[in-house]
Design a binder for this molecule. Sequence first.
Ligand SMILES: [Zn+2]
Length: 76
Amino acid sequence: MTDPSTVLAGQLRPVEHCSECGAGFVCGYVAGLPECWCASQPLLPARRIVPNQHCLCPTCLQKRQAAAQEASQTPD
Ligand SMILES: [Zn+2]
């Protein structure tokens, strides 16, 4: 299991760039790890996942999760 704090502490080289803000971050799979830190994150609702979109950095992933949660709490 890949601990996000290990990744964010810079012990691994950023090899990916966020499709939203362009920040460099580590994708565990690309770095050759058995698992990426993103696998330990809560999954986003399917409609929040954009086909063919590149991975997001931890910050943007969190923002998107927060937005998804807010949207799900809004009554119709
Ligand atoms: Zn980002």
